[in-house]
Design a protein. Structure first.
Ligand code: GAR
Length: 204
C-alpha cells in the first residue's frame, strides 16, 4: 500500500526535490508526498511543493505559546492528513517529546555529518572547523534527543584540503539526495527493525 509521507523543511528543499524526483522516476514506488510543512513562510521547499501540486502548510511559531503547543497543533494536522511517515529535511526545529511519541518509529531525519559527530544546526561547518579528514551524512530515526536516534544509513566522503563549508556541503548534499530516498523506501517496505540503539535492515 502507498505510504503517505509529510516532508518538514525550513529551507531550500533540495532533499524534498530528491524525494519527489525519486518518486517520479519510479525509483521509489511505495510512497507519495502528501504534504510539505514549513516553519518559514518563504522557504523554497514550499515553492517546490506548490510546483508539483502538493499540499503545503506554513506553521508560524509566533502563533503558539510554547514548542509543545506548536507540536500539538502540527501533530493534529498530520493525523488529520493521515500521514504514515514524517520526513525531516532541513527542518530546523527540535521536536518535543509529545511529537516524538505521537509518531514513534515514524519520523526520519537527515543530517550532514557522520553522527554522533557534529550534531546540531551546523554539522558541516563544525566538522570542517574540527579538521576532520572524512565526513558524510546520516539518515536516522528521530528520538527525543538532538540527532541521537538509531542510525539507518550513513555514507562517508573525504574532506579536501581546499574545501569551504559551501563546497563540502554541496558534495554532502549529493550523498543525501541518494541516501534519503533509499532510507524512506526501506522504511516503507517494512525492512527496518530497531533493536535498542541499532537499526537492522532486512535483506530482500
Ligand atoms: C541538509 O544538508 C540536511 O542534512 C541539513 O539541512 C540541509 C537541508 O538542505 N539538516 C540539518 O543540518 C539538521 N540538523 P535542503 O533544504 O536543501 O534539503
Amino acid at each position: 500500500m502507498l505510504k503517505r509521507i509529510a516532508v518538514l523543511a525550513s529551507g531550500r528543499g533540495s532533499n524534498l526535490q530528491a524525494i519527489i524526483d525519486a518518486i517520479e522516476s519510479g525509483t521509489m514506488q511505495n510512497v507519495a508526498v502528501a504534504l510539505v510543512v514549513s516553519d518559514r513562510k518563504n522557504a523554497y521547499a514550499l515553492e517546490r511543493a506548490r510546483q508539483k501540486n502538493i499540499l503545503t502548510a506554513y506553521f508560524n511559531s509566533r502563533l503558539f505559546i510554547s514548542r509543545e503547543e506548536y507540536d500539538r497543533e502540527l501533530v493534529a494536522y498530520l493525523e488529520e492528513q493521515q500521514i504514515d511517515l514524517v520526513v525531516l529535511a532541513g527542518f530546523m526545529r527540535l521536536l518535543t517529546p509529545y511529537f516524538v511519541l505521537a509518531f514513534q518509529g515514524r519520523i526520519l531525519n537527515i543530517h550532514p555529518s557522520l553522527l554522533p559527530a557534529f550534531p546540531g544546526m551546523n554539522g558541516v561547518a563544525d566538522a570542517l572547523a574540527w579538521g576532520v579528514k572524512v565526513t558524510g551524512c546520516t539518515v536516522h530515526f528521530v528520538d527525543e534527543g538532538l540527532d541521537t536516534g538509531p542510525i539507518i544509513l550513513q555514507e562517508a566522503l573525504p574532506v579536501a584540503r581546499d574545501d569551504t563549508v559551501e563546497t563540502l556541503h554541496q558534495r554532502i548534499h549529493a550523498l543525501e539526495h541518494r541516501l534519503y530516498p533509499l532510507a524512506i523506501s526501506l522504511w516503507a517496505e517494512g525492512r527496518l527493525k530497531i533493536e535498542g540503539r541499532r537499526c537492522l535492515i532486512d535483506e530482500e
